[in-house]
Design a protein around this ligand. Structure first.
Ligand SMILES: Cc1cc2nc3c(=O)[nH]c(=O)nc-3n(C[C@H](O)[C@H](O)[C@H](O)COP(=O)(O)OP(=O)(O)OC[C@H]3O[C@@H](n4cnc5c(N)ncnc54)[C@H](O)[C@@H]3O)c2cc1C
Length: 392
């Protein structure tokens, strides 16, 4: 039975769910807080099958045209020698590229920008979302895909606050054409790791900002996990170069100069020369905090939490967008399979709670092995990316 649905949050989780629910005949509108399309988030993502499933199965997109395939998992030692090389195929893309295609599949008619949910009221017959632009929308269901800082989670599941994992990701991208050829050729066909005391960095190629995957056009992207103590240590890192204490991330161009200099110097001192060359060549480094979020409920009468709004998992399985997409697929399936909304949402919640807890536990274990216990072993199958389990 078709119902009316407002999706709050128009990033990959919200958009994928919106496409699927719209395809099933529901009356769907997306409300996104940002006043502009979200093109500025250009970082790389491990591109697991669930993330690309809508685009491949429903939008007719050949995933090989929007992602870069790598055929090796490679580890370098401090001197830059290869100490482990195994054949393994991964796909990588960029957030921008996947967002652009998913938004095209949904269309812009029902994608409202500059609409931040600031209140919600529900009763037996429906849910009303109240937005900053002064509008109110009443629907049968509200899907909250409003991310790690979810207003909706804060309102309906107080106490499910994020908890800082003890480390952040330093990140950056550089055009491969700007790197020496011995560096770009070594880093261009693999995910390349370096693991050292209480840290690791990984490097992989991604499409450029325009989505090109042609050799020579691509970007080389890195994610470098580094420990900072909660309190003054982290506060100083997250205080940007204008003195503003940032919450979850410090964008490109705003990392405090002393931290940016320290990171580049540490890269030169501690990382293989090929990877240090990449860190040095990146014009603007940026920082994302690693946090855990978990909830005990995802359904609150006519509201459900989806993607990072429910569970934010550490990035070590490269599965955050895949989990958000899976939440959308399962929600659409549950609404089709069950005659009434409470039964459908109850069935959906059982499977997705289990997935969220399992994935979060797995990524915590992997994170601890790198950042705390120094028990990360190249070649360990448990370290393979995957949503449902390593490699799955
Ligand atoms: C360092 C790092 C590396 C990562 N690597 C990977 C990877 O390799 N592969 C992968 O799949 N995932 C990765 N992730 C995770 C991935 O980025 C997230 O899991 C994913 O973006 C979650 O999508 P989402 O749609 O649930 O939330 P988000 O992408 O956070 O989107 C939430 C949206 O809601 C909007 N919003 C917020 N509040 C409101 C409101 N009140 N009203 C209206 N709109 C609102 C926001 O503007 C935003 O657009 C990584 C994350 C980090 C931190």
């Amino acid at each position: 039975m078709p119902i009316s649905i407002q999706v709050v949050g128009g990033s990959l989780g919200g958009l994928t769910a919106a496409c699927l629910l719209r395809d099933d005949g529901h009356d769907v509108t997306v409300f996104e807080r940002s006043s502009r399309e979200l093109e500025e988030r250009g970082a790389g993502i491990g591109f697991l099958p669930a993330t690309g499933r809508y685009l491949a199965d429903r939008a007719g997109i050949d995933l090989s045209t929007i992602s870069v395939a790598t055929d090796h998992i490679r580890y370098l030692d401090r001197t830059g020698d290869v100490v482990h090389d195994a054949e393994h195929r991964y796909l990588f893309s960029s957030w921008n590229t996947v967002y652009r295609e998913t938004l095209r599949a949904f269309g812009s008619d029902r994608y409202r920008l500059g609409a931040e949910l600031v209140d919600l009221v529900q009763d037996a017959d429906g849910v009303t979302g109240i937005y900053t632009d002064g509008t109110e929308h009443r629907t049968d269901l509200l899907v909250a895909a409003d991310g790690i800082g979810s207003f909706t989670r804060g309102r309906l599941a107080p106490g499910s606050d994020r908890s800082y994992a003890g480390y952040v990701a330093w990140r950056g991208m550089v055009p491969e054409a700007e790197l020496p050829t011995d560096v770009s050729s070594m880093l261009g066909d693999a995910i390349t790791y370096h693991v050292y005391a209480n840290s690791h960095i990984l490097v992989y190629p991604i499409p450029n900002a325009a989505g090109s995957i042609a050799s020579g056009d691509r970007l080389i992207n890195f994610v470098w996990y580094r420990n900072y103590l909660e309190g003054g240590d982290l506060d100083d890192l997250l205080t940007d170069r204008h003195g503003e204490r940032r919450d979850l991330s410090v964008p490109p161009g705003l990392v405090a100069a002393h931290h940016e200099e320290e990171a580049r110097a540490t890269a030169r001192a501690r990382l293989p020369w090929q990877i240090a060359t990449v860190v040095d060549a990146v014009p603007d480094l940026f920082i994302q905090c690693v946090n855990d979020i978990e909830v005990e409920r995802m359904v609150f009468d006519r509201v459900c939490l989806l993607g990072d709004a429910a569970f934010a998992v550490r990035p070590h399985a490269a599965a955050g967008t895949a989990k958000a997409a899976d939440d959308g697929w399962r929600l659409a399936e549950a609404l089709s399979a069950h005659p009434d909304l409470p039964t459908a949402l109850g069935a959906w919640e059982r499977t997705q709670l289990e997935l969220g807890h399992r994935l979060l536990d797995r990524t915590r274990v992997v994170g601890r092995r790198s950042q705390v216990s120094n028990t990360w072993e190249p070649g360990d199958p448990d370290l393979i990316f995957g949503l449902y389990g390593p490699g799955e």
